[in-house]
Each structure stands twice: as C-alpha cells, then as structure tokens.
Design a protein around this ligand. Structure first.
Ligand code: PLP
Length: 513
C-alpha cells in the first residue's frame, strides 16, 4: 500500500466508521452480537502469503468483525460503564497512529510530553482539583496519562510501597511515632534483617535492589480498600505482593449507597498495628462499580494523613462528572489525597485509552521508578520531564491529543451536557422503577448508574433476549440488576424501552413460573 492507496482506503474507512455511527440506532445491530465462542475460527482463512486487496479486506469486515462486535455505543447498551467516544477523539487517534511516535522521554517526542503536561493542567482547573497537582505548579505535584485505572492503581501501590519502605529505613522514628510498641518491634526486626541483607549483597553478583524496594520490609505491610472497591485493586495488591484488607462498607446516609467510614478505617488500623502489621495505604473509591458509592475523602483523608498512610483515589467512572460544578461535592477532601485517577475514556467523550493520574509528590515516584540506561539519556534530562519515570511501560502513545481535540472541538459545555444527560436519564429510570411495585431500587440513583433488585434468572433472560444489555452485581449478599446509562445516543424513549423490556421479560420468565 502506498500513500495514494492509503488516501483511498483511509477515506473509505472514515466513511465506514461514520456510517456505523449514523446507523447504530436505525440499522440491524443489537447491543450484543449473535455469535458463540469460536465463531471466528470457522471463518478465518489460512494466513495470507500474498497481499489481499483492500476490497477483499473491506468485504470481510461485516461477517467476520462487525458481526462479532459488542456495540457499546448502541442506545440500548446499559452494561458495565460508558466508554465514551466522539469524532474529535477518533481523529486524535488517527493522528496518533499516523505519526506513530513513542514519547517515553521529552527528547523522544517533545510535543507528546508537553501537550500531556499542559492538557492535564487544563483538567486540574476544569475538574476543580487541587492546584498542587499541576505540572506547572511550584512543587513536586504532577500529572500523567496512564492507560487504565488498573494500571494507575498498580502504580500507586508501587509508589506507596516504596514511600513506606523509605520512611521506615530513612526515618524509622516517623513510624515509631505513629506506631504502637508492637509495630516498633516489627520495624526493629525488619531493620536488622535489612542490615543482614546489605552484608549479603556485597558478596552477591546480583544487582542490589534500591533500598526503597526492599521486599523484606514490606512483608508486614497492609493496604486497605472497601469491599466495594473494583477487582483491579485486589489484582494490583496481589501482583505487588501486598496484603490487602477489604473493609466492610456501610450504608451511606448521605447518598444511600455503600461506602467506607472513618470509624471502620480507624478500627482496622488499630487492630492491624496491634498484630504487628504496618498499615501503609488506602485505596478509596469515588464512584464504586456496583452502586456508585463514594468513600468520603474529607472524612477518611485526615485519618490517612495523620497515620502516615498513602491515600490513592480510584474515581474511574465518577471522576468525569467533576467537570460539572454541581458534582464537585464528590471531590471534597481531595487536598488529603496522594494520588488520584479517573478514566476520561469512560465519560469525557474520549475513546479508550485515556486515564489521567495525578501525584501530590511526583518527585518521589521519579526516583522510585528510575532506571537510566545510556541509550535513553539526553541533554535536557535535568530540566525536562521524562514520562518514562511515572509509569511501568517504557513506550507510550500520544493520548493527550484526544484531550486537546475533544476540549477544543466540543468544548466544556458539550461535555457537561452529556454528563447531565446521563444523570437525568438515570433519574427517569429510577422513577419508573420506584413507581412499579414489582421492582425495588437497590440503592438510590447516583450519577448515571441505576439499580434494581431482581434475580439472576431475570438478568440471564434479558441478555438472552438481546434487545437490551445490562450486567448484574452483588452487594453484601444481595444480587441485583445494574443499569448504567452508557451511550450518547440513549434518549428518554430508550429508557422507557428498557423498562418495557425488563417488565415484559419478568412477566414472561418469572411470573409465569
Ligand atoms: N475502578 C473502577 C471504579 C471501575 O469501575 C473500573 C472499571 O469499570 C476500573 C477501576 C477498571 O478500569 P480500567 O479498565 O481502566 O482498568
């Protein structure tokens, strides 16, 4: 394919995508595809030895790809969470792929580094986050785009772990001050182990670990989250060899859904210290996956700060709503937070992947994540930012183009309109459920997420029927159906449609038993 062929095929592909979006409501597509596992295997030809023409490739798109595609933007898709998208975001990804730069250091792509720094500073203002998170602020705060919320949590765990190890090694009195005598004992034992290790290192050919990644210190660490935290928190803790204690959430009197309380956290810290463990981190959630609960940062933040515990906030879904002033209450207490993340690819009309993350003190992370081979060094290292030190991977793509294009092309008002629309439609569904004595709201409506309590059979029957798609969840033993407003094409009539389908399937599949 040469540039002339690319012009033709590229234009044809843009038309294909535009048609897909235009026909999503009126066409034949449903939220879930009509295929079974292994469907593609039967259609796949042998690996090509000679080039196929673009006509042939285009012909295969419908039967092989689109027929097996879950249509996340279908107006009747109510599962998981939104994965927002827009034409400017798609255009940004075309450019990102088109220039195919890999901006791990400032020098490897100055515009990628600098646009990311500037657009994340824009977001600090637009989302009403603390000014100390800004890349341009005096001080060590900084922002970076990670790929996913799971990556951000993992990185926060690595950063918190190293910070705690460093505090113990360099300032053991800090931990002794906040610790009971039992923890003081633990730290003394750990320090003596560390000294032994250091002696061994001198005769060992393996490179020594930097002192802040010493695993003998973190074996006594315990991190916390609520039992409503996303499964990625458990995965992050597991992969980093960290003990995670899931604290029981309570019914939140303010919002009516499930959240972690200050009292539960304080009790856990006391209990664990008495056992000789070292509490070092809390991963709080703003907008839990099951019920959109909020761990109130203004309550739990001061506890974390007083106890020397790193506070990471996973606001994967709800974080986008901060672009509307009426939702700023979600971020009350953000000044206590050490690291914060949300998925712009959920509700800011930027397609996957775009997961901004901020650190109160990025200078520490740069030290903890730093490896510095000759081939990555450059002459501006002392003054420019190298994003490779704030992530796990080395390579990175030009994600900030999406923020730049979307904010410039759609403007904040359009984003606010979209988010307010999600919230309003959730309200419409809540009202329908509340009025119907066959159903019960499991928790009150919060943002674009709505729930009703039903059983597994109804959920399976609805998804087998295929006119709408939603997923269930379980909180404290109760199984319920969870309806999230996802698509930007969903209108009030689609909410009535969803309600009608749920009611019809319930009467057919449950009442008839
Ligand atoms: N955290 C929360 C609260 C979520 O709801 C989700 C996904 O829906 C995640 C984390 C994981 O997101 P990601 O796919 O970006 O890792």
């Amino acid at each position: 394919m040469d540039s002339q062929d690319f012009r033709q095929a590229g234009k044809r592909m843009v038309d294909y995508v535009a048609d897909y979006w235009d026909e999503l409501r009126t066409g034949q597509r449903r939220p879930l595809p009509p295929v079974k596992p292994g469907y593609l295997d039967e259609l796949m030809p042998e690996a090509p030895t000679k080039p196929d023409g673009w006509d042939r490739i285009f012909q295969d798109l419908e039967p092989m790809i689109m027929n097996g595609n879950t249509n996340w933007h279908h107006p009747h898709f109510f599962a998981y969470f939104p994965t927002a998208c827009s034409y400017p975001a798609i255009a940004a990804d075309i450019l990102s792929g088109g220039i195919s730069a890999v901006g791990f250091t400032w020098k490897s792509c100055p515009s990628m580094t600098e646009l990311e720094m500037s657009t994340l500073d824009w977001l600090v203002d637009l989302l009403n986050l603390p000014q100390h998170f800004k890349n341009a602020a005096e001080g060590p705060g900084c922002g970076i785009i990670q790929s996913t919320a799971s990556d951000a949590t993992l990185i926060a765990i690595f950063a918190a772990r190293a910070t705690a190890v460093e505090k113990i090694k360099v300032f053991p009195s800090f931990f002794e001050r906040v610790a009971s005598s039992k923890v003081g004992e633990t730290i003394k034992t750990l320090l003596s182990k560390v000294r032994q290790n250091t002696v061994e290192e001198e005769t060992n050919e393996c490179a020594a670990l930097p002192y802040y990644h010493d695993p003998t210190v973190f074996e006594k660490f315990v991190a916390y989250c609520s039992d409503q935290a996303h499964s990625s928190v458990e995965k992050g803790a597991m992969l980093s060899g960290i003990r995670l204690r899931k604290l029981t959430s309570s019914l939140d009197e303010q919002l009516g859904n499930y959240a972690l309380t200050k009292e539960t956290l304080e009790k856990a810290i006391k209990e664990d210290r008495a056992k000789g463990l070292i509490p070092f981190m809390l991963i709080a959630t703003v907008g839990t996956t099951s019920t959109c609960g909020v761990d109130h940062l203004e309550e739990i933040g001061p506890v974390c700060n007083k106890e020397g515990i790193w506070l990471h906030v996973d606001a994967a879904y709800a974080g986008s709503f901060l672009i509307c002033p009426e939702f700023h209450y979600l971020a009350k207490g953000m000044e206590f937070v050490d690291s914060y993340n949300f998925n712009a690819h959920k509700c800011l009309m930027m397609n996957f992947d775009c997961s901004p993350m901020w650190f109160k003190n990025g200078a520490h992370i740069v030290k903890y994540f730093n490896v510095d081979p000759l081939y990555l060094k450059h002459e501006h290292q002392a003054t420019a930012s190298d994003y490779r030190h704030l992530q796990v991977a080395l390579g990175r793509r030009f994600r900030s183009l999406k923020i730049w294009f979307v904010l410039r092309s759609l403007g904040v008002a359009r984003l606010q309109e979209y988010l307010r629309g999600l919230d309003k439609l959730a309200g419409v569904f809540a009202e329908l459920i509340q009025k119907d004595e066959d159903f019960e709201l499991f928790v009150p409506k919060h943002l674009g997420l709505k729930n009703n309590e039903e059983n597994e059979k109804l959920c399976n029957a609805l998804n087998d029927d295929g006119r709408i798609h939603l997923v269930p969840s379980k909180v404290h033993g109760s199984y319920f159906l969870r309806l999230a407003i996802c698509s930007q094409f969903t209108k009030e009539e689609d909410i009535h449609f969803a309600y009608k389908v749920i009611k019809e399937i319930k009467e057919k599949e449950i009442d008839s038993l």
